[in-house]
Ligand binder design. Structure first.
Ligand code: 13P
Ligand code: SF4
Length: 383
């Protein structure tokens, strides 16, 4: 990461790429990133795979990768795309591990999901371990609270946590349907156990459903009984897991105030994984897909300060030359795990498939996949 001033973003859009780190899950087989023919090789491998493969690209992927995506989208759109395309033998998922797991759960047994670099994880998903979640649920059971409590689990979680959710009457949500999922949960029970993103949970409960901040309590998995008293747990309407996104957690209220002071007419547009005070003060809040649509649909001359991952913000700036798109933070901030998927890994994965070898296949164990699918399908069925 390195410092850059607000308003310098358009310069970033003109070709500088500060991250050169690469995954090492296939050392020795990867083409070097300096290979001059990488684009041609990717084009050839993609053509050779034809209809046998579908390439999905999350909006945070690098330009060099996103150019080969058949479908780009937010987590929800990509999960839907994976569930819908029954005829593709291979789903090459340019995104992170939890997204590829969800695709594997939603596809049929004959389809293979490939993650070009296995090191593409998500720090937020790692903040909720299955044993910690089981332990928390046992605490709720002991207090007689589990019966009326509905787990709502953000897509950014391991398959095991999704399975816990499905097995206990809950549903998955993404940033584009968290409000619907939480409203659905309150129709099923009187308390929501929201994990693992405390910010999305709090922002949804307070800013969308109109609950009070005091209705939400924070479950710290590193403390006995989450660091909460019996009465705090009993009184709470929403129990938030203490997880967050390290990328979105960087944006602050100070960033919002600074850009408003410096740039007259600017509108602030952020992802709901940002902290509560940031989201509360923003002009528009939404998923990556919604962020793209909001800027695209705004009139020429609009000025946006965007609080989300930088690959996406750079692309927004480049694809909306009639508007001004600024990065909300003063420092450059990519999602380092999303960035693990680069062109050498994509070429390697596709050429291996052409050669008859499925590398880096993501396969969720049957027992986990069964319950996780219940939770994912509850999300897909939300009105
Ligand atoms: P979206 O579903 O909005 O694309 O978000 C995914 C994600 O990981 C954001 O950090
Ligand atoms: Fe995970 Fe945050 Fe990266 Fe999204 S941006 S994949 S939540 S670390």
């Amino acid at each position: 990461m390195s410092g850059t001033g607000i308003g310098e973003l358009l310069l970033l859009g003109k070709g500088s790429d500060l991250l050169s780190e690469r995954g090492v899950s296939c050392t020795g087989e990867l083409p070097p990133s300096s290979a001059p023919d990488l684009v041609e090789r990717a084009e050839k491998a993609r053509k050779d795979l034809g209809e046998r493969a579908m390439v999905l690209g999350h909006h945070y992927q690098r330009d060099e990768v996103i150019q080969f995506a058949d479908i780009t989208g937010d987590s929800f759109k990509l999960a839907q795309a994976a569930a819908d395309r029954r005829d593709a033998e291979f789903i090459i998922f340019c995104g992170v591990h939890f997204m590829a797991e969800s695709a594997d759960i939603l596809t049929s047994p004959g389809q293979k999901v490939i993650l070009p670099d296995l090191a593409a994880g998500c720090s937020m998903a790692d903040m909720a371990a299955a044993n910690q979640v089981d332990e928390a649920w046992r605490c709720l059971e002991k207090l007689g609270q589990s019966k009326g409590t509905i787990p709502i689990t953000y897509m950014n979680s391991s398959a095991a946590i999704k399975a816990f959710t499905g097995a206990n009457g809950g549903a998955i949500c993404t940033s584009s349907n968290a409000e619907r999922a939480m409203r659905w949960a309150f129709e099923q029970g009187e308390k929501v156990f929201f994990l693992p993103d405390q910010h999305l949970g709090r922002n949804t409960a307070v800013l969308k459903l109109g609950l009070k901040l005091e209705d939400c309590v924070l479950w710290n998995p590193w403390k006995p009984q989450g660091g909460l008293t019996d009465s705090e747990i009993k009184r709470a309407k929403v129990i938030l897991w203490r997880g967050h996104c390290s990328v979105h957690g960087r944006f602050s209220l100070g960033n919002v105030e600074e850009v408003r002071a410096k740039v007259p007419g600017v509108k602030v547009l952020v992802h709901p994984e940002c902290k509560h005070d940031v989201v509360k003060s923003a002009d528009v809040v939404g998923s990556t897909e919604m962020i793209i649509k909001t800027v695209a649909d705004s009139p020429a001359g609009s000025i946006w300060a965007v609080g989300t991952e930088l690959n996406l913000v750079k692309r927004l700036a480049a694809s909306n030359p009639d508007k001004k798109v600024l990065f909300l933070d003063k420092t450059i901030c990519y999602c380092s795990t999303m960035n693990r998927i680069d062109l050498p890994h994509l070429v390697w994965a596709m050429e291996s498939l052409v050669g008859g070898k499925a590398v880096n296949q993501i396969k969720v164990a049957d027992g986990i996949a069964r319950d996780a699918k219940v939770a994912l399908q509850r999300m897909l069925a939300l009105p």
